[in-house]
Design a protein around this ligand. Structure first.
Ligand SMILES: [Fe+2]
Length: 321
């Protein structure tokens, strides 16, 4: 992983992206908490997912990732499988093991809002990790109410912009939506961060690229998001939800914006494509400007640890003022 850079190149930021660990816990769960849409997720877990998601794989990923000393870690949703309070508590412990909230940022996925559940028993437990920089100035206030999306954190030359697409759906649908209110705020954030010459990284659970997932798993307002991006730009989009590496892009007048999805962080994988991976983005300052290098780390079942799979450059539209 630690490939040497030319002496005149400088790594200025290291961002790690993981997603979709799907933590499952029915410890102390009341029966009535399962007698709703969650019953489908419960049987899906018993029939398929139980064999796919593995605590040892996730533990190996977290250990491997920490050895790389990231500047910031982002998780793009589905930390839980059924959105149960017991799973939120388990995810809270995982987040605390990753680092302080100032270095770890989370957005929700559709499984985290599987059914509507009280804020106090769910997202409040992660509120420091979901929060914007502005919320960290008033942590007690942020805990007391729901987090307002999009969230924004500025770290060095990077603006991390968290968009929520998570909302409860009817059984068998796993769609997501951004909504008009959030879109309007997103426009302002993209403009403001562009004015500050920041490299804008949008975090979103559902892939905003046509054809990335099936109809029942789609982002319902994908077209509106694409139009917004054409008007306001961004430099990179990171998503989850696909449970496989997905390299897509959206064309904008300012250039091609890459949209990169990462597989589940805990998956042994029904196929090699679905095996657990995480992505390491290294922002490099060169003589000609900023470059982004992506290293894919994949779980090796034979070695029972993560190894390099691929390294490639991610072309970035250069931020303009
Ligand atoms: Fe997922």
């Amino acid at each position: 992983m630690e490939k040497k850079l030319p002496s005149n190149y400088e790594e200025v930021f290291r961002l790690i992206h993981l997603s979709d660990p799907h933590l499952f816990s029915i410890t102390n769960v009341r029966l009535r908490e399962l007698l709703n849409k969650r019953v489908y997720a419960y049987f899906s877990w018993r029939l398929h997912r139980q064999a796919e998601h593995c605590g040892e794989v996730l533990a190996a990923l977290l250990k491997d990732m920490q050895s790389l000393k990231p500047d910031h870690i982002v998780l793009t949703g589905d930390l839980t499988h059924m959105g149960l309070p017991s799973e939120f508590r388990q995810a809270q412990e995982m987040l605390q093991s990753l680092g302080p909230p100032s270095k770890v940022m989370v957005i929700p996925g559709n499984h985290d809002t599987y059914v509507a559940t009280a804020w106090e028993r769910t997202f409040r437990l992660w509120s420091d990790y979901l929060a914007s920089d502005a919320d960290h100035c008033f942590p007690e206030a942020a805990k007391a109410r729901n987090i307002v999306f999009p969230t924004l954190r500025v770290r060095g030359p990077i603006a991390l912009i968290g968009v929520s697409t998570a909302c409860p759906t009817i059984p068998f649908l796993a769609t997501g939506s951004i909504g008009k209110v959030q879109m309007k705020k997103l426009e302002n954030i993209l403009d403001e961060t562009r004015r500050r010459h920041l490299l804008r990284v949008v975090l979103i659970h559902h892939p905003p690229v046509p054809g990335a997932v099936s109809w029942r798993k789609r982002l319902t307002d994908q077209a509106a998001f694409q139009a917004l991006l054409a008007r306001h730009g961004a430099e990179l989009i990171l998503h989850g939800h696909t449970h496989r590496t997905y390299l897509g892009h959206l064309e904008t007048p300012g250039g091609r914006v890459f949209s990169i999805g990462v597989p589940s962080a805990s998956s042994l994988g029904r196929t090699a494509h679905r095996r657990a991976r995480y992505h390491v983005f290294r922002l490099i300052r060169t003589e000609s400007g900023l470059e982004m290098l992506l290293t894919v780390r994949v779980y090796s079942p034979t070695k029972q640890r993560f190894i390099d799979e691929d390294e490639q450059q991610v072309p970035l539209p250069q931020p303009t003022g």
